[in-house]
Write a protein that binds this ligand. Structure first.
Ligand SMILES: Cc1cc2nc3c(=O)[nH]c(=O)nc-3n(C[C@H](O)[C@H](O)[C@H](O)COP(=O)(O)OP(=O)(O)OC[C@H]3O[C@@H](n4cnc5c(N)ncnc54)[C@H](O)[C@@H]3O)c2cc1C
Length: 367
């Protein structure tokens, strides 16, 4: 029997944060089990066969408004400033998303674009992010037309591909979030801190977990080992339904197939990510060298194909699934010695900074 103070299941951001805080902050013996052959969870990165840094599970861009999270992670990495830009291919053009005044002028004839711009500024003010549902309720026919255009050409096709659901089948919050931005700021995120770990995410994780109180076992599935381990407390960052042996049925996830390619050219596209809302089976292409700043005669890109089967990536946001999750959550609340953490443990789409924040607060330890 292996005895530890704290057993952590999963070596992604949630697990690594809990492990680091227990080991370094509380001087506890921690065992981390990770079923994959590597640490880092979905943020894992590595070099490909030509030496170009890639994100195996799709592009991960760090951004946060939380100074506490930024300071905490800065203990384990230096940063490379990076502001992500995304273009979408619409009507044969590449236009910034979220849809902004530059997209408006690229897609509409000049007089019409100018009229809409004036109306947007008058009604909502410069810099506003106006959800398209709100824009649809505008008194102006022109702005209603704009809302419909963005809905049909940017949101609808992408959403159907991404979720294989019609927007009305998804939680209203998903549509509500799609904005028209009254500005010419093409950055995808507006957070105070936007950067990439200078040496990559995997190195950041190695540093978080490099502590004499932490033992990490990769290729180790908790469910195969749990009878051999005695722990005072367990932090579980895997899928909550699996923990309870799918008692109420499987929680639905949307998965992705990542098709990575290395190309013998310096660059492939002008920005980090290009979305394809209306064409092709893939949703987007990301070129990693924009993110990493790496200089190399080759470049690496990834196409993302949404699918139903495979690794659980995105909890599907709709009421039925939320209710099913609540039933599992009630079971979880009865587990005195196990805490459910992270994206899979809480069946919620979290960004990386949010899972770090959630992990820090669930153990009640200051960073
Ligand atoms: C395509 C994609 C792009 C994303 N892009 C961004 C982005 O740009 N910016 C951003 O902030 N966030 C992004 N995210 C979200 C980010 O990936 C998550 O916030 C983060 O990975 C969650 O960390 P976690 O530790 O909770 O989960 P995970 O990273 O999923 O880690 C959980 C770990 O637990 C392991 N595990 C599960 N079950 C077991 C078991 N039985 N035994 C042992 N180990 C187990 C898993 O193998 C996994 O490694 C993206 C997500 C996806 C899918």
């Amino acid at each position: 029997m292996i005895k530890v103070d704290c057993l952590v299941i999963g070596a992604g951001f949630s697990g690594a944060t809990v492990a680091e805080r227990f080991a370094a902050g509380r001087n506890k013996k921690v065992l981390v089990l990770e079923q994959r052959e590597h640490i880092g969870g979905n943020a894992y990165d590595r070099t490909d066969e030509e030496g170009v840094l890639i994100h195996q599970y799709g592009p991960h861009i760090f951004h946060t408004n939380g100074a506490r999270i930024w300071d905490y992670l800065s203990r384990f990495t230096q940063w490379r400033p990076y502001e992500h830009k995304v273009l979408a291919q619409v009507a044969g053009r590449l236009v910034p998303v979220p849809f902004n005044l530059n997209s408006l002028h690229a897609l509409f004839p000049a007089p019409e674009a100018e009229r809409m711009e004036r109306l947007l500024i008058e009604q909502y003010g410069e810099g506003a992010r106006v959800p398209i549902l709100k824009l649809r309720d505008s008194a102006s026919d022109h702005l209603q037309e704009l809302a419909d255009y963005v809905y049909r050409n940017i949101f609808l096709g992408y959403t159907i591909k991404q979720w294989n659901l019609k927007p009305e089948e998804l939680a209203a919050s998903v549509t509500a979030r799609v904005p028209v931005v009254v500005s010419r700021d093409d950055r995808y995120f507006q957070d105070t801190y936007q950067a990439m770990p200078r040496d990559g995410y995997t190195v950041l994780f190695q540093r978080m977990l490099d502590h004499p109180n932490i033992e990490v076992r990769t290729g180790a599935d908790f469910f195969e080992l749990k009878d051999k381990i005695q722990a005072e407390h367990v932090f579980y960052t895997g899928p909550i339904d699996r923990y309870f042996d799918y008692r109420y049925g499987k929680l639905p996830y949307r998965s992705l197939k990542f098709s990575h390619s290395n190309l013998p050219q310096e660059h492939y596209q002008s920005v980090g990510t290009v979305n394809y809302p209306n064409d092709h089976d893939y949703t987007r292409i990301t070129e990693f060298k924009h993110l990493s700043g790496q200089r190399h005669p080759h470049t690496a890109i990834v196409h993302e194909y949404p699918c139903s089967e495979g690794e659980p990536y995105y909890p599907i946001p709709c009421r039925e699934n939320e209710q099913l999750y609540k039933r599992y959550q009630q079971l979880a609340e009865r587990e005195n010695r196990t805490t459910f953490v992270g994206r899979l443990g809480n069946y919620r789409y979290y960004n990386m900074d949010q899972v770090v924040a959630a992990a820090l607060s669930c153990i009640g330890t200051p960073a």
